[in-house]
Design a protein around this ligand. Structure first.
Ligand code: FES
Length: 88
């Protein structure tokens, strides 16, 4: 069974368990949250938000090193590697 992390969406205050192989956006949508997205492939930035914690961005094609350094992530392709606080 894959490891899971607690992901809290700050706007709603909702926390969901998200597996390390699962996208943060998809988990939030499945939990009934209203979150912005378009391509769901890491290529448009519609889902880009600040995230506190460690999130895998290997498939986030369009995000810049500066945005990553500022704490932004593309949550459609972002997979948790620690508990997260998502500013959405
Ligand atoms: S929805 Fe397009 S980059 Fe995430």
């Amino acid at each position: 069974m894959p490891k899971t992390h607690r992901v809290t969406f700050l706007r709603s205050g909702k926390t969901v368990e998200v597996g390390e192989n699962e996208g943060v956006l998809g988990a939030g949508l499945q939990a009934g949250l209203s979150l912005a997205y378009d391509c769901r492939k890491g290529r448009c930035k519609t889902c880009m938000v600040k995230v506190d914690g460690i999130i895998d961005q290997a498939d986030a094609w369009l995000i810049s090193n500066e945005e990553l350094a500022e704490g932004y992530a593309l949550i459609c392709v972002g997979k948790p590697r620690s508990d997260l606080r998502v500013h959405a």
